[in-house]
Write a protein that binds this ligand. Sequence first.
Ligand SMILES: [Zn+2]
Length: 523
Amino acid sequence: MTNAAAVADQIESELAPLSAAVSHAWWELNIAATDENERRRVELETALSDFLSDGDRFASIEAARAEADGLVRRRLDLLRHAFLPQQLPADLRSRIIELEASVDMRFSLHRGDLDGRRVDENEIRRILRESDDLGERRAAWETSKTVGAEVSDDVRELARLRNRAAHTLGFRDWFALSVAMAEMDEGKLIATLDEADRATAEPFARWKAELDERLAARFGSPAAGLQPWHYADAFFQEVPVEGGVDIDPFLESADLVELSRRTFDGIGLETRAVLERSDLFPREGKCQHAFCVDLDREGDIRVLANVVPGQQWMDTMLHELGHATFDGGFDDSLPWLLRDTHLVATEGIAILMGRLASDAEWLEGVAGVAPGEVAALSGALRAARAAEMLVFTRFVLVMTNFERSLYADPDSDLDARWWELVERYQLVTRPAGRSSPDWAAKIHIACAPVYYHTYLYGHIVASQLGATLVRECGGLVDRPAAGRLLSERVFAPGLSVRWDRLIEQATGEALTATYFGRDIAAV
Ligand SMILES: [Zn+2]
C-alpha cells in the first residue's frame, strides 16, 4: 500500500464514526426540537469540526495528494473539500455552528399565528390553494413570513461569519467558497443561470399572463392588481391549479406511503427498510420540511416528511425516496469516502422520481386512475409539468441571485433586493409599502446556504436522464430495466467519478440543457 492510500485509509476510519454521530444528532433535533437535542448536535458538530480543522491532518492530505492518482487521489480530493473550509480559528467555527443550530431550531419550533390559531406550513398552504376569501389569504401569506422577522438578524450575522471564514481561506466570499467546494465552476454556473433565464423568460411571461387572467376571474380582481397572496404558495414556487392540472382529487384517499413503495417496486428498487426507519407525518416540534439522510453509509437511510394527502407530498415522497435509493445503491466494495453522492446527481435522481407524481403513465399504472381519464389529461399533464419547470426555474433565479447579493454584502438593503428580484424574475408585484425581511422566511437561505442552484441543475439532469430512459428502456414506470440502468450507471459508482463525468457516462452525452428545453417547450 502506498503512503497516500494509508493516509486516506487512516483519516477515513476516524472520520466515518464522527460523521455518523453528527448525522444522528441532526436527525434527532429535526424530529424533536428540544434544548437537549440542540446541545447534543452542537457538541457533536464541534467534535467533527475540531477533527476537520486539524492543520497537521490537512497538511498530510495535501502532501499525499501530490503523489496520488486514481481512486486514492479522488478520496484525497474529497478529504481536501471537507478539511479546507474548516481551517479556521476555533472561536469562528464554534460561533457558526452554534448560530446555525439555533436558527435551525427556531424554524422547527415556529408555527404561525393566524387570528389566534397556531398554524403550520401545511395549513398555510391549504388556505393559499383553496380559500376564496382574500382577507384570509392575505393573513395566511403574511403569517408565512413571520419566521423571517424572527431570524433575519441572525441570518445576516451568519452570512458575515461565513464570509469571514471564506476570507480567511482566500476566497472572495462564502458563495465563491461553497461553489468551489461543490466541484462547480462559478463562471459556468452564472452562464447556466443566464441560459436558463433566456430560455424561460418569454414562455414564463406568456404562461403567467394566462394564469393571471384565470386568477383575476376567480378572485374578481383586475389582473394588474394581483398580489403575492393570490398565488397558491407563499413563494410562488409551485404551479397554482389554474395554471396546471389539479391532481389532488385523484390522490385524496390514496395511501401516499404505499404508492411510493409501489412506484419503486415497479422499477425493482427496494424502499421498505428506509420507510420503516422514517418519520413521515406532521407533529408539533418537528421540522416541517422534508429530507433524506444517510446516517452511516452502511444502510441506515431515513426520510423525514410531513405527509398529508395531495400531489405535493406525493411528489416529495418520491423525491426523497429517489435520494434514498441512490444512497442505498453504492457498490459495496467502495471505501466510505466514495459511498456518497454529489448534490447535482442525487437531486437529478430525486427530481426524476418526484416528477412521476404528475406523469400520465404513473397515474394510470401506479395510482390506478382510469385509463380514459388519464388519456383525456395527458397533453395537459405534459403542459403542467413544463409549467412547473418554468415556475421553479424562475424561483431558482431569485434565490441564487439573492444569495450572491447576500454574501456580496450582508449589510445591504436585502429586503428591497429580494422584492426587486421577485418582480424581475417571477413577475410578482411587491405589495405597496411592504418592508420586511421576507427573504429570511425561506429556510434554505439560513440552513442550506448556496444550495438552490443545485435544484436547477437537478432538473437539467433529470430531463437528460429521462430522455436516456425513454431511448434505452422505453420509459421509467414499471420498467425494471430502467431501475437497473440507474443502479448500474448512476448509483453504483458513488463519488468515484466526478458528477459531470457520471452524467456523461450514464447518458452518453456531456451535461446539456437540450432535454430540459424540450420538456419546457410542452407548455
Ligand atoms: Zn432533494
